[in-house]
Design a protein around this ligand. Structure first.
Ligand SMILES: Cc1cc2nc3c(=O)[nH]c(=O)nc-3n(C[C@H](O)[C@H](O)[C@H](O)COP(=O)(O)OP(=O)(O)OC[C@H]3O[C@@H](n4cnc5c(N)ncnc54)[C@H](O)[C@@H]3O)c2cc1C
Length: 474
């Protein structure tokens, strides 16, 4: 059966591979075509090697505290290529009140830390006493943080976390859609500290009973990539896919047919398919669907994207006086800096800069600074140098500069997102054989994308079995 996947980012490629794997196991015949608008596959994943530096255009890795991407690597036979971040990368910093503070990893270091003031720490501890909000209303992350943790924790803990993952603004992001686990913890345990205590007790009891419990790799897991950069993952997917990947093949329109879809492509050609999966960004699918289903297109267009400039600066190590052992820093909300933070990429992974050099990768822009998308490269460079001077005391000009502009970097899950996605899913059920995946709906991390793709592949296989019982397959 003919299956087309639109988009060859991690979502589209991992969906295609999962379909082929599941179909082979069930002896179902599939003919897969992945249509990609761009000149290369990988989407946001792109590792650029120049002058001995390895610059990540988008993500620089995935976290190992969820199994999906690790399992995918095992299926692809590339586990031996994995590169775990340096132990020092556990040291993460937050810039607040003109200083870099190490992010505390446990209770005693939290008490010693100056990241929160004593009143701020006491307000956070008072979370235990705050009754849960169980009205089901979708509140913003900022409201949740103010209500449960206090405004200092919002500025110095939640704000940086939201800019680190979504380049987002906590004032306009949905708790339920961005951090469903945190929402659940309040619902189930009545609060976050209560949940930590109860879950901690449970873990200790399980360990005592000899059960295997998730590693103590820290709450966020270990950032993991490959020696050749995160692109090794999408390269392996592209190489191992039995189906065809057609680049320069942007889809412009979908016309439902009695048994499938007729796709129009940018070059004027057309293609028929029985099953169709979209993994394109929401705004791209909105344009594709606009002539066919205006309501679905409008729902998709309501998912905004934050712009971001990724700025790679290479320096001679000796020109930087501060200790670079660590992951890098994020900037607290309300500090009025240009950037969201800077990752010390050559400290995180060993081979990201030539001998004697370091690579710093700053994130500039985000939902709170949309003007960044309109700046010239000279202005962007100036903004980043200004922040590095102020925050890290770097006076030197960088020896190596690369600026990658993402006009629409990361989708923003605003309040009402889950309801909009449910409405959209219902709406699209009228197109029998159409499936939706990609980072615009249920998580932006690489693990989330792989997870969503595995789920959609299962649904595609169920549909295939309905249409093509194994006994009839080729
Ligand atoms: C700067 C940055 C840093 C990030 N850092 C991390 C990180 O460290 N860790 C992490 O886990 N996640 C990170 N993320 C998030 C993660 O990279 C993305 O969510 C993920 O890669 C998105 O994959 P995707 O396949 O869903 O979408 P995309 O990668 O956007 O792929 C969609 C594909 O669809 C194609 N397309 C568009 N229109 C059409 C059309 N009309 N027809 C056909 N094809 C079309 C596009 O060209 C693209 O290739 C980061 C993201 C950015 C931008």
């Amino acid at each position: 059966m003919k299956i087309v996947v639109m988009g060859a980012g991690i979502s589209g490629l991992s969906t295609a591979i999962a379909i082929e794997r599941l179909a082979a196991r069930q002896e179902l015949a599939v003919e897969l075509v992945v249509l990609e608008k761009n000149s290369r596959s990988g989407g946001k994943i792109f590792s650029i090697k120049e002058e001995g530096y390895m610059c990540e255009w988008g993500p620089n890795g995935f976290l190992d505290n969820k199994p999906m991407t690790l399992e995918l690597c095992a299926q692809l036979g590339i586990t031996d290529r994995l590169l775990r971040s340096d132990d020092n990368a556990r040291k993460r910093f937050i810039y607040a009140a003109d200083q870099l503070h190490r992010l505390p990893e446990n209770g005693p270091s939290f008490l010693r830390s100056k990241l929160l003031s004593w009143p701020g720490k006491m307000r956070l501890a008072a979370e235990m006493m705050i009754p849960p909000k169980r009205d089901g209303e979708d509140e913003t992350l900022a409201n949740f943080a103010r209500r449960r943790l206090g405004s200092e924790a919002l500025e110095r803990l939640i704000g940086p976390m939201v800019s680190g993952i979504f380049a987002g603004d906590p004032e306009t992001m949905s708790l339920q859609s961005c951090f469903p686990r945190i929402y659940q913890l309040e619902q189930e345990y009545g609060g976050l500290l209560k949940a930590m205590i109860k879950l901690g007790k449970k873990k200790r009891a399980e360990r005592k009973a000899g059960k295997q419990v998730a590693s103590a790799a820290g709450p966020g897991g270990v950032l993991t990539s490959f020696s050749g950069g995160i692109q090794e993952l999408t390269d392996a997917l592209s190489q191992q896919l039995k189906g065809e990947i057609r680049t320069h093949s942007g889809v412009t329109r979908i016309a439902p047919r009695a048994e499938g879809f007729l796709l129009s492509l940018e070059d004027g050609s057309q293609l028929e398919t029985e099953l169709l999966i979209s993994s394109t960004p929401a705004h791209a699918l909105a344009e594709i669907l606009a002539p066919t289903d205006k309501s679905a297109a409008e729902l998709l267009a309501q998912i905004p994207y934050a712009p971001m400039n990724v700025v790679c600066f290479g320096y001679e190590r000796k020109k930087i006086s501060r200790d670079l052992a660590g992951f890098g820093y994020l900037i607290a909300k309300g500090e009025h800096r240009h950037t969201l933070g800077t990752l010390w990429d050559s400290s995180i992974f060993p081979n990201r800069a030539p001998e004697g050099q370091v690579l710093l990768r700053s994130m500039h822009g985000g939902a709170t600074n949309p003007a960044a998308a309109l700046m010239s490269t000279t202005e962007i460079r100036q903004c980043v140098m200004d922040d590095l001077r102020r925050i890290m005391g770097i006076e030197a000009e960088p020896d190596f500069v690369r600026i990658f502009r993402h006009e629409r970097a990361i989708p923003q899950y605003t309040p009402g997102h889950a309801a909009r996605v449910a409405q959209l899913t219902q709406r699209l059920q009228t197109f029998e054989g159409f499936f939706l995946t990609g980072n615009a709906f249920s998580g932006v991390g690489i693990n989330d994308c792989v997870n969503a793709s595995n789920q959609v592949a299962e649904k595609v296989i169920a549909e295939l079995r309905k249409r093509q019982p194994p006994s009839l397959s080729a």
